[in-house]
Design a protein. Structure first.
Length: 677
């Protein structure tokens, strides 16, 4: 080791220490971890840094530190085991206990790491450490010694709860003149400057330490303690050196600018402790605590839950404290509150049970209606698929395919007319269907057979052969459906039927294949609309029940109301969520649950059952959304709060409670005028 010391350091008599490694460095000294060969224990050895051993003022300051530290005997001040000179180099050193742990700065940094706040346990631990530091500094003041460099880096927290105030290198005996004209301590070094009189660490020093050292007294250390409390409350230094800031500028800021308020840095800090820190770090030395004892008293009051002298508590805390002091009155108030709560609880429970019973029945009715409508829709989808399959497999179609392959135009024409007649008969017998189209995918909108109901008279069916389809959506549906797998069915939305109902027109597509070869021939489309998938049948007529069917985005397809019994497609709003915002989450949910129950307890209370119904639409498996909703006003109307006598009793109980509160507030105000016991 190039330290200027031999591996073995011996001193006065037979006491010797074996150096192991450098534990830390400051502006003036180095601290080594060493072994006491005589007692076989770990110790800390402090020596002057090699580059500073040749300056007399450094040796003088080091000896002064040894002498002052040796005068202090306190559990929270590091004691000196031994001081002496190295036999070989003649350099001075002193030995002290080795405390394994971390600096208070490290402990605070860990508590505020990653932007978090200390837990209550961590915070109370920090405050207890601070109290120990205040005790140590107060003891030093009783011995007429000032530390003058108090900061979290100079406080060691041991692994077993030890708290030690370290580095008394800038300490001063109040009864002696200060022989160090300027000592500036930072987190990593100590610098000597003769340009001005500055003593301490800029981030934590009192204003008078930056140029008015003749004013330094116990209150300067109080400032340092308040600055440490500031860091405990905020996790930040009171003053942060700015980039490219010169020493003169930094000292000017220390002298002329107060440190920021705790609440500006950490609004979550306890306001009473923030007030204590502000008092201790007052820019004007005369505004601070006179000594450490007064500071400790306020901290102790806060820890005991008592009022702090420098902080005016809000009325809620004063009321809480008053109640604790007047336990008899508090018990009486609590008893009255319990009786009121019991009486109100009985009324509320009864009312709640009645309204809930009715509400549960309404919910059950809505759920039954949702299940009925869902089953109806699914059954009718299966029925339409069966009808489409029946039509696509008509023997006449297979004969038509064979005639086409044989280029037999006469048979093809005859079979086409026969199909038109069959389709016409089918549409007259099944008014739920509006059109049947048979076409091949390679045509430019040309169909083989097209039969459709008359829009004004469903009994009149018109059919044609070998014509052209203008609807682009139907053309696209023919192309897609022609290549479906066997037993595959899909619905296609092809437009709006504006017959006063604005029903969405659907085409159910199924592939038509050559049974001999299995090759695709074309497609058969069977037109219907959502109205015919839906059958309104309410088990609660004359109620405000609404049944809606929408697509997966919540756009209305159909709507029915039990009062009118009509099924319609509402013109506005076009979205269910606009009319019923309560169920908007069902349409945006990522979980896509098959059914959810919603209860809106607003001005117009309603219950909603939303249910997804699988529906083969286009080239994907879509979901229709069935919404059944009903008003819950029946449940409210049957609750006890609709009874006038219940309302009257409740009003009387509320007035009585208010009277008790007024008496309590009057007593509280009277108590504030009396001296605190």
């Amino acid at each position: 080791m190039s330290t200027g010391y031999h591996q073995d350091v011996s001193a006065v008599g037979r006491i010797s220490y074996r150096l192991r490694r450098i534990q830390g460095e400051g502006g003036l000294g180095q601290v080594w971890l060493a072994q006491d060969d005589e007692l076989r224990r770990d110790v800390a050895i402090k020596v002057i840094r090699p580059e500073g051993r040749h300056f007399p003022e450094n040796n003088e300051r080091f000896l002064r530190e040894v002498r002052i530290t040796g005068l202090l005997q306190h559990p929270n001040i590091i004691p000196i085991y031994h001081a002496g000179k190295d036999e070989n180099s003649g350099d001075v050193f002193y030995a002290m206990p080795f405390v394994a742990g971390r600096s208070l700065a490290q402990v605070i940094s860990e508590c505020y790491a990653d932007g978090k706040q200390p837990t209550p346990t961590e915070f109370l631990h920090l405050v207890n450490i601070f109290v120990d530091v205040c005790d140590a500094v107060g003891y030093a003041h009783s011995r007429r010694i000032l530390h003058r460099d108090l900061k979290p880096d100079n406080i060691m927290v041991g692994e077993f709860g030890e708290v030690m105030v370290l580095d008394w290198g800038l300490a001063k005996l109040l009864d002696e003149d200060d022989d160090a004209s300027s000592w500036i301590s930072t987190a990593s070094n100590v610098v000597v400057s003769r340009e001005t009189s500055v003593i301490g660490s800029p981030s934590y020093m009192a204003p008078e330490q930056a140029g008015q050292t003749d004013l330094i007294d116990e209150r300067s250390d109080v400032f340092g303690l308040g600055a440490i409390l500031y860091t405990i409350l905020t996790g930040e230094q009171p003053r942060v050196p700015r980039q490219m800031e010169m020493a003169r500028q930094l000292y000017e800021r220390v002298r002329n600018h107060p440190i920021p308020k705790v609440s500006e840095v950490n609004p979550k800090a306890p306001p009473a402790l923030a007030a204590i820190s502000a008092k201790a770090t007052a820019h004007d030395i005369d505004e601070r605590y006179e000594d450490c004892n007064l500071l400790i008293q306020d901290i102790s009051r806060w820890m005991a839950g008592e009022p702090v002298e420098v902080y005016k508590e809000p009325w809620r805390l004063r009321l809480k404290r008053w109640l604790l002091r007047h336990r008899l009155l508090t018990s009486s108030i609590a008893g009255a509150a319990v009786l009121f709560a019991l009486a109100a609880g009985v009324l509320m429970t009864y009312s709640w049970s009645v309204s809930k019973m009715v509400e549960h029945e309404i919910v059950a009715q809505v759920q039954r209606q949702a299940a009925l409508q869902a089953n109806t829709i699914q059954d009718r989808v299966l029925r339409r698929e069966a009808d489409a399959s029946y039509l696509a497999q008509l023997p006449t179609i297979q004969k038509l395919i064979a005639a086409r392959k044989a280029n037999n135009d006469a048979d093809e024409k005859k079979l086409t007319q026969s199909l038109a007649s069959l389709f016409t008969t089918f549409l007259r017998a099944n008014t739920a269907y509006g059109q049947i189209v048979l076409a091949t995918p390679d045509s430019q909108g040309e169909y083989i057979v097209n039969a459709s109901q008359n829009e004004s008279d469903s009994w009149r069916v018109e059919s044609s052969t070998n014509g052209t389809i203008d609807n682009i959506n139907i053309r696209s549906a023919i192309r897609d459906a022609s290549f479906f797998d066997p037993e595959e069915f899909r619905f296609f939305e092809v437009g709006i039927v504006d017959d006063g109902k604005r029903a969405v027109s659907l085409m159910l597509g199924v592939a038509v294949r050559d049974n001999e070869t299995g090759e695709p021939f074309g497609a058969l489309l069977l037109r219907t609309d959502y109205r015919y998938l839906f059958r309104f049948q309410s088990d609660t007529p004359n109620t405000d029940e609404v049944i809606c069917l929408s697509n997966r985005w919540g756009q209305y397809l159909i709507q029915a109301r039990s009062i009118t019994g009509e099924i319609d497609h509402p013109m506005a709003p076009l979205s269910i969520q606009n009319e019923y915002p309560k169920i908007a989450g069902f349409f945006s949910s990522n979980q896509k649950s098959p059914q959810e129950l919603f209860v809106d307890e607003g001005d117009n209370p309603r219950v909603f059952v939303c249910r997804r119904i699988p529906f083969p639409l286009g080239d994907t498996q879509e979901n229709l959304v069935l919404v059944v909703t009903r008003s819950l006003r029946d449940a409210w109307n049957r609750s006890v709060w609709s009874n006038n006598w219940v309302v009257l009793v409740t009003i009387v109980m509320i007035i009585t409670s208010l009277a008790v509160i007024l008496v309590l507030m009057r007593a509280l105000l009277r108590d504030r005028l009396m001296p605190t016991s």
